[in-house]
Design a protein around this ligand. Structure first.
Ligand code: NAP
Length: 531
């Protein structure tokens, strides 16, 4: 049994920075409990072939310390999974974080003991911790979604989910591989498997929009430039809606004739990065402007993919561009010109079951050596609810969120005093370049705890009213976007059977969100319950 000031669950980006802030700045007795064998969070688990971040490397890290920022050098435009892990190890070594982290320990429950104002946290190793503050830093995309397909346990070959990729290298040589899922992950894995396997059969349910990443080595000049402009860059990232190094222009798609508009799209297409959506200011909010982007992307797919049937399947979009998370790719569309790649349209021929030998659709059985599920996550709420958290009066978080997550700013939950969530539902989280949002969140939590400690307070809790108002703000903000026009998206919880259907992240942009957070802090948390 151990008594702590603060216990942080998860040793990814958020947990590591939160540990530094509470331990080193506030001098609190802090411990991180991590399920994995090492630090990294998302980047510890997602080791699948092709795993790489879609954010540009020089923006994908912490900016609170100029020294830490400048002493690390990103060498490619987009960082590979193992490079991000190396970065986090560098970060952790610089701040000597590991000594306050326990690994291989999974939190199985957390219960608030009202009479002592303490959280009792239990782990799978039968360890018990008592802590004043409990911080969920479990990541938005951690709880994997393995679809409940009939017969899944009967398959005799190997079956892997991208989010729990084995550490041991998998041999694809001479193998027939079936891959289910064509989101950000699937679009990264497939071209890599196609290079190695005898055959790749890709099972697509819905096509996703994908823009060429155009990864490249950073030149010495690029590196010098981003380091020299550290302060400018930091301020810029914090000012933009998504924490990315681009802004939306003033011009509408309709300020140009079709020829000029397509020239501008072409320029963005050649440039790569997630900034394609910012070619014009109205792509993400006006359905007609959006359609011009859709038409351009479709024309690119048709001019790349030689097999017309495949091009039709890949362009059969059921959502506006950006209504689901747009993806970046390296040779994804080009891959369909390879002889060893087959595309199966699950809209035409749905999967009936998984057999001993492979995948059976209503058009026949595909014999496979391996199956890869790139089927995503129970996003934003899944990893938090798995912790089995019980607040005041025995209220369980799963029950309290049974109709969707209720929180204030995604940070605090009514009935759950001194529980803080980093990048949780109700915050901009997955709609941003996540480390930028994490830094803002952790700073807010740290300042809040500092206030409580300085004023010798026992606890802080949000009210139901504040949570309701915030939920209303989320719903009002989402109306100004195209997100709800996606038939099915994990942003709305559609990918998990039985999950409440509600828009999960805050879509109003980081500057607006941040100003709300600052207001609460400046107001000395008056709209919250402090005792
Ligand atoms: P995802 O976007 O949820 O995609 C899951 C894919 O699996 C979709 O194509 C989905 O089809 C399909 N699928 C799910 N269940 C299925 C079933 N029962 N049968 C057939 N197909 C099924 O998951 P993800 O690709 O892992 O990405 C999740 C998020 O992680 C991304 O949106 C992104 O935010 C983040 N991510 C980022 C990067 C990066 O930065 N490079 C890389 C990977 C992931 P439907 O579309 O029809 O549902």
């Amino acid at each position: 049994m151990k008594y702590l000031d603060a216990l942080i669950i998860g040793a990814g980006f958020s947990g590591l920075y939160q540990l530094h802030c509470l331990r080193d700045k506030l001098k609190l007795n802090t411990l991180v409990v991590e399920e994995g064998k090492d630090i990294g969070g998302t980047w510890y688990w997602n080791t699948y072939p092709g795993a790489r971040c879609d954010s540009e490397s020089f923006t994908y890290g912490f900016t609170f310390s100029e020294k830490i920022f400048k002493n690390w050098t990103w060498k490619e435009r987009y960082p590979k999974q193992n490079v991000i892990l190396k970065y986090l190890k560098y970060f952790s070594n610089e701040l000597k974080l590991k000594k306050n982290i326990v690994f291989n320990e999974k939190v199985i429950s957390a219960k608030y003991i009202e009479k002592n104002n303490l959280w009792k946290v239990q782990t799978n190793n039968k360890k018990k911790y008592y802590t004043k503050y409990l911080i969920c830093a479990v990541g938005s995309l951690s709880s994997i979604n393995v679809p409940k397909i009939k017969g899944i346990n009967h398959f005799k070959g190997q079956l892997h989910h991208s989010g729990r990729w084995p550490r041991k290298k998998i041999n694809f040589k001479n193998k027939i591989v079936g891959q289910v899922g064509t989101g950000s992950t699937g679009i990264q894995i497939a071209p890599e498997i196609a290079k190695r396997a005898k055959k790749l059969i890709l099972f697509q349910r819905s096509p996703n929009f994908s823009i060429p990443a155009r990864n490249r080595k950073l030149t010495k000049k690029n590196i010098k430039n981003y380091k020299q402009n550290f302060k400018k860059l930091r301020n810029f990232l914090k000012r933009t809606p998504g924490g990315h190094p681009f802004e939306f222009p003033k011009k509408s798609a309709f300020d140009f004739n079709e020829t000029k508009r397509n020239l501008l799209y072409e320029k963005s297409w050649q440039y790569g990065t997630l900034s394609f959506r910012a070619t014009f200011n109205d792509i993400v909010k006006n359905i007609k402007a959006n359609q011009t982007a859709v038409n351009f992307i479709k024309s690119k797919i048709y001019s790349t993919v030689k097999n017309k049937k495949y091009a039709d399947i890949l362009t059969n979009f059921d959502h506006p561009f950006t209504a689901k998370r747009p993806t970046l790719n390296t040779n994804y569309y080009e891959m369909f010109n390879k002889k060893n790649v087959e595309l199966v349209d699950l809209k035409q021929s749905p999967i009936i079951k998984i057999t001993k030998r492979g995948i059976k659709t209503n058009k026949g059985e595909y014999i496979l050596d391996k199956i890869i599920f790139a089927t995503g996550f129970d996003a934003l709420t899944g990893s938090i609810l798995k912790l089995n958290i019980t607040g005041k009066k025995g209220i369980n978080l799963s029950k309290f969120w049974s109709k969707g997550p209720k929180s204030f700013l995604g940070l605090l939950v009514p009935n759950f005093p001194n529980l803080f969530i980093v990048s949780g539902p109700g915050s901009p989280s997955v709609l941003t370049n996540v480390p930028v949002q994490i830094e803002q969140h952790v700073n807010w939590i740290t300042n809040c705890i500092k206030y409580l400690e300085k004023n010798r307070k026992k606890s802080i809790e949000t009210t139901n009213l504040a949570a309701k108002k915030w939920q209303k703000e989320i719903m009002n903000s989402v109306k100004k976007t195209l997100f709800m026009k996606a038939k099915s998206s994990w942003y709305k919880g559609d990918n998990i059977p039985g999950k409440p259907k509600t828009f999960l992240p805050y879509p109003g942009g980081m500057p607006k969100y941040k100003s709300e957070c600052i207001k609460v802090e400046k107001n000395k948390y008056k709209e919250l319950k402090i005792s």
